[in-house]
Design a protein around this ligand. Structure first.
Ligand code: 7PM
Length: 282
């Protein structure tokens, strides 16, 4: 299938009561409620800080806010179900009450269930609902889900990732997970796929996945790309993590050009500006 045909194809994402025609790229703003989120002070951000951060992102043009209560950083301490719920639920509820579309970044079925009950319209699972019960929790709801590919587990995944054909392997995994969800009664319009840049992938693997992104888009599900500030961008530019805004924007535009429908970003305002200009011109 050529690029013209791909971009003509209508993708819709319909989480809960929302219905988005993905005829322009959507922006997901990242709000982490973790001790490592507010520049290294080691304390959790307050509810007020997190709410303000999220509402600013909405003002800046974010379509959805991704709330995370457990860091996937290698070496980060694991968090209990209870603690993760305490971190994310107040924010989910406050945002949902204000009509904001909320996604929750979690691998825990108990957190998924509570988040959906609190008004989240999407579950973002870096384990693609592979933990027992996760699939049935989502299937019993109306929430959308982002299924991400990861090789290995966060703590060790970057030690020596190996693929014989990274695009083919990621594609087969994502398609199998999507089919498992559809078999459980989850409508196609609730499913988003994500190659999981940086999750058990070398720089070369991540770049191969970008070149192969149109092949993943051809599966017919919306694609989410998470490039924001990632280490491959550090490798390409020599920049530290907080100096990767320009690199992140370039990566996100490249991802959209190659078929991504949603970009997951820290820097909403700058990304929305870049996408508006890019969409008006291309
Ligand atoms: C340490 C390691 C800190 C990794 C932060 C990260 C994605 C995601 C993350 C992604 C989806 C980050 C990641 N990345 N969810 N969650 N796709 N769907 O850099 O690429 O934000 S966490």
């Amino acid at each position: 299938m050529n690029h013209e045909k791909m971009s003509d194809k209508k993708l819709t994402l319909a989480p809960g009561a929302h219905r988005w025609l993905l005829d322009r790229p959507c922006v997901m703003g990242i709000v982490n409620v973790t001790p490592d989120s507010f520049s290294g002070c080691g304390r959790l951000p307050s509810f007020e800080q997190s709410l303000k951060e999220a509402l600013t992102m909405i003002d800046d043009g974010a379509d959805i806010i991704d709330v995370g209560g457990e860091s996937s950083r290698p070496g980060a301490l694991p968090v209990s179900d209870d603690e993760e719920r305490r971190r994310v639920l107040p924010l989910v509820e406050a945002l949902a009450t204000r009509g904001v579309a909320v996604s929750v970044d979690t691998v825990k079925p108990a957190v998924m269930k509570a988040a959906i009950d609190a008004g989240a319209v999407m579950i973002n699972d870096i384990q693609a609902l592979q933990s027992p019960e996760a699939l049935s929790v989502v299937a019993r709801s109306e929430a959308a889900v982002c299924l991400m590919h990861m090789q290995g587990a966060p703590r060790t995944m970057q030690e020596a990732p190996v693929y014989s054909d990274v695009v083919a392997e990621v594609k087969a995994f994502l398609l199998a997970r999507a089919h498992a969800l559809e078999a459980a009664g989850v409508a196609r319009e609730r499913i988003v796929l994500d190659p999981g840049f940086g999750f058990g992938k070398t720089v070369a693997h991540n770049l191969a996945l970008m070149r192969g992104l149109p092949e993943l888009a051809a599966l017919g599900y919306p694609l989410l790309a998470g490039w924001s500030r990632k280490s491959t961008l550090g490798h390409l530019t020599g920049r530290a993590v907080d100096e990767r805004l320009a690199a992140s924007i370039a990566a996100n535009l490249a991802a959209v050009a190659r078929g991504a429908s949603i970009v997951r970003v820290h820097d909403v305002r700058e990304t929305v500006d870049a996408l508006r200009v890019w969409c008006a011109m291309v």
